[in-house]
Design a binder for this molecule. Structure first.
Ligand code: ATP
Ligand code: MG
Length: 280
């Protein structure tokens, strides 16, 4: 029993959501394997057509949109207001994030003209709002946004060039309570996302300095990075208050919750519909 699936066969079976047992099958020779492939492919394609039918007639909303809705409701219930800000941001705002021309991250930015780029993160726009709201609103300020962010990426199965970020910020958290508040907010988001298996890990980020990541699932996938202020970037935005902020990738949350190895199923796409491959 020496023959496993060929690379092309394996990829196709993964697209069609074959389980781990099916992917691990071994065969006596290529002929036996190819016969088994044809049979399994037909069977899986039939199941995926049934899934598609179910989506088009009953479920109707993709899991990415449902997750977004659930997170928005959970955050509203905690007193966070939703922000809707521009997808295009200025070179100056990126520089205020410390991402100048010579910063390694600037390679990952999609420029639309000499002055503007597609936002690689939500933080610059939220920083601008924080400054206004800190002035206009006494006491805690709680805001969030969910929206597309864009990065040139080379890394395959966990990265896409367009992904959906949830960024939430709470200002004026007493400094000694920040860590605890960060843990509470991470727990609230993970619960709303339906993921129990996660932990917090401390990392060093090029932009934010020390960050705490939320990693989840059996492979310890990073689903969020979190930061706290006062922070070295705050001065450039006129922020003096303390804050905690968490940035989650929604497609990563779906990857962990739904299982599977590729983020491609969950991102904005015309090859997949709610995780279902359309070449059936
Ligand atoms: P990674 O180290 O995995 O490339 P990152 O640390 O550069 O991610 P952050 O800037 O911390 O990413 O962004 C916050 C969250 O956004 C990440 O934890 C992840 O869930 C998500 N995210 C970032 N980049 C991508 C991407 N290219 N595709 C999908 N999700 C992403
Ligand atoms: Mg990170």
């Amino acid at each position: 029993m020496s023959e496993g699936w060929s690379e092309v066969q394996r990829r196709r079976l993964q697209e069609l959501e074959a389980d781990a047992d099916a992917l691990a099958r071994r065969f006596q020779d290529a002929e036996q394997r190819n016969r088994a492939f044809q049979q399994l492919e037909r069977q899986l394609a039939r199941r995926r057509r049934a899934d598609l039918q179910e989506f088009l007639t009953r479920r109707l909303r993709p899991r990415l949109a449902l997750l977004q809705g659930r997170l928005e409701e959970a955050l509203n219930a905690l007193g966070f207001s939703q922000m809707v800000t521009p997808t295009l941001i200025s070179r100056g705002d990126l520089a205020r994030m410390s991402i100048g021309r010579d910063h390694a991250f600037s390679e990952q930015v999609f420029w639309v003209d000499s002055r503007r780029c597609l936002r690689p993160m939500l933080a610059p726009n939220l920083y601008r709002l924080m400054r206004h709201l800190a002035r206009l609103q006494p006491g805690p300020v709680r805001i969030f946004e969910v929206g597309s962010c864009f990065r040139r990426e080379t890394g395959g199965a966990r990265h896409t060039s367009e992904f959906t970020m949830l960024n939430l910020v709470e200002m004026r958290v007493p400094e000694e309570r920040r860590r605890q508040r960060l843990e509470e907010l991470a727990a609230a988001v993970m619960q709303a996302a339906g993921i129990e298996d996660y932990r917090l890990e401390t990392e060093t980020s090029e932009i934010y300095g020390r960050t705490t990541d939320v990693v989840a699932g059996p492979d310890g996938l990073e689903v969020a990075s979190c930061a706290m202020g006062p922070h070295p970037l705050d001065g450039a935005w006129g922020i003096v208050d303390s804050w905690v902020g968490l940035g989650f990738g929604l497609e990563r949350l779906l990857m962990v919750r739904e299982g599977g190895t590729s983020i491609g199923r969950w991102c904005r796409s015309h090859a997949y519909l709610d995780g279902i491959r359309l070449t059936l």
